[in-house]
Design a protein around this ligand. Structure first.
Ligand SMILES: [Zn+2]
Length: 274
């Protein structure tokens, strides 16, 4: 039983501010320690539930956040960036995925550090007309490879997003947002125990969850924050400029969509005013 863990940082219990999430932030070391411990809790629960192999993908920022020496010795760790499948690199061939430390899509109210891939670029992403955040898009890419998401941990709005999108997913709510940069957290030790328990249950009930699949053909729409970002994205051949801040792209499979979405985000990021 192979379990895959994608670990972000914004949804980790106790993490509430960009001082936690940026490498130069004053509280970054605390946050990465909390992130590592939450991943370990999921790993412990998964093995208790019957997992035989676990790979952890560091999925935040430059993707070198997890304290590798502190991680459970039974896992292997994917770290660094860029990676072709980014937050879901290495998903192929696993029986189920866990999303730990996840956050809500951009524009969600009372959601801790809500954003979609790039907070200074992306306003909204829609796939076949449906607004999706990192949770939904990563779940759909996992679904493309037949891998269901069995556990999601993050703030209240994130676990609500998960429940609405993914049937029978186990959730752990680590905190409740009070705006974008404030939250009421449960104690991190309590969050970890809950994650351990739900991870164990998720693996034990693995047959219950089904992959989240967005059926092709696929239509990707991205609204960016400023029109000059769309100016640059429109330089990519086969991308359609829909309006001032909206671009679109059609394709047949989710890997192509994901790769284009990341390319769009990267080229748009070159227009961020310093
Ligand atoms: Zn992140």
């Amino acid at each position: 039983m192979k379990i895959y863990i994608s670990a972000d940082i914004e949804g980790i219990c106790g993490v509430t501010d960009i001082d936690h999430t940026r490498r130069e932030g004053k509280d970054y070391d605390t946050a990465r320690m909390l992130m590592t411990k939450e991943v370990n809790a999921a790993v412990q629960g998964a093995f208790q539930g019957g997992a035989t192999e676990i790979v952890v993908n560091d999925s935040h920022g430059s993707m070198i956040n997890l304290l590798i020496e502190e991680l459970d010795q039974r896992v292997s760790i994917i770290s660094g960036s860029p990676k072709p499948l980014s937050m879901v690199q290495g998903i192929q061939g696993n029986d189920a995925a866990f999303f730990i430390g996840y956050h809500s899509k951009a524009g969600t109210e009372d959601a801790v550090m809500d954003h979609t891939y790039h907070g200074r670029v992306v306003h909204t992403i829609r796939v076949n007309g449906m607004e999706l955040g990192e949770l939904g898009i990563n779940a759909a890419l996992a679904g493309h490879f037949g891998v269901p998401v069995a556990l999601v941990a993050g703030d209240k709005k994130t676990t609500e997003e998960a429940t609405a999108l993914l049937n029978d997913v186990e959730i752990v709510t680590t905190k409740e947002g009070i705006g974008r940069f404030a939250a009421r957290n449960i104690h991190p030790a309590v969050a970890r125990e809950e994650i351990r328990k739900k991870a164990q249950e998720a693996v034990q009930n693995i047959g219950r969850v089904r992959p989240y699949v967005v059926p092709p053909p696929l239509h990707l729409e991205m609204d960016v924050l400023f029109s000059n970002m769309a100016d640059r994205i429109a330089m990519i051949p086969s991308v359609e400029r829909v309006s001032g801040r909206r671009v679109a792209y059609d394709c047949k499979d989710f890997v192509t969509l994901y790769t284009m979405m990341r390319a769009m985000t990267l080229i748009a990021s070159t227009a961020i005013l310093k």
